[in-house]
Ligand binder design. Sequence first.
Ligand SMILES: Cc1ncc(COP(=O)(O)O)c(C=O)c1O
Length: 408
Amino acid sequence: MTQPSSDFYRIKRLPPYVFAVVNEQKARDRAAGLDIIDLGMGNPDSPVAPHIVDKLRETLSQPKVDGYSVSRGIKGLRRAQAGYYQRRFGVELCPDKEVIVTIGSKEGLANLLSAITAPGDVIMVPNPSYPIHPYGSIIAGGSVWHIPNTTGPEFFEQLHRAIKHCKPKPIALIINYPCNPTAEVVDLAFYEQVVDICTMHGIWLISDIAYGEIYFGDTPPPSVLQVKGAKDIAIEFTTMSKTYSMAGWRVGFAAGNPHLVGALTRIKSYLDYGAFTPIQVAATAAINGSQQCVEDLRTLYRERRDVLVDGLHQAGWKVQSPEASMFVWAELPEAYRKVGSLAFAQALIQHAQVAVAPGIGFGEYGDSHVRIALVENKQRLRQAVRNIKQFLAMDSEEVLHGLAAKLS
Ligand SMILES: Cc1ncc(COP(=O)(O)O)c(C=O)c1O
């Protein structure tokens, strides 16, 4: 017998998820009876608002909802999303040509990248970033030019450098603000500059504003589509997962440039039949209905942020307080910088029973940080802070020595 090759071209290019290391340790410790406080994954923990669940129930009992749905999304939902862009950003969108529903935004991002990328095409992606941003391009057979994930002048310097030196010329740039993992936000002037550069050089712009409604100050984060002329080059992804805590329901959107929306529509028409119709109807009710649940969610995350950040500051860990997103992007305490984010995260779970996401999982430039998700209640966060305080008081050399012994 000759064994077929399992040296699969794409799989070889997808490293095992770094987060799996921490997840395995978490599972082992839990099996041993330890109470692990899980601030690793950005999985929203709040229940979906009752009026949205009621709409789902009501629609489930209607006739003819069990069959295939519509790949690009039911018209009512596309209209609702266009209405949201109009109300929130003052942006006009044609629900037929400029809006598409996706099965979560991750699916949409991956399929858009596969629709527009030819083998060897280069996509510019900030680093660190949400993994599907670089790996969507790699899965599609393209390659990635990493740009350090900053928002100051150096971002633009790096962007110009990439455009000038990269051969072949990059076909697209991905941006994500409020950012996962860095929690960084930008203003409209930033988007104007980015749109300007991409327009000048003929580069598609792919924006992901998954956390656009999870903000804590008075100024809501903008959309790139607010920039005049952005629709000539830009598409933007949003999601119900974070705004309405509907992560498991799998509903997201892409909106903007009709060629990009059209390309995504075409490829999806070969791949899926759309999200389950009752879920799309309930999502429509969520967008068109009262937004009090979104306001409540913002309050919830803001309070959790304050508990965590204030607590960590009192414990001597001076992390930056995020203005938006569900994350604290925390630079490693000085004593642990030399070992990097994975070892630090492993030590934290071992000694503080707190799981966080190591920054290296978001790209090599993320290794100086860990991402702490605000996905446990305030009481649990206070417990996490107490545990972390005790951990930080330990002798770091002893901790690292013990960790090395354990892993060897
Ligand atoms: C920046 C960013 N984009 C997209 C997604 C995917 O969201 P969805 O549930 O819509 O696929 C996430 C999920 O964590 C995210 O952090």
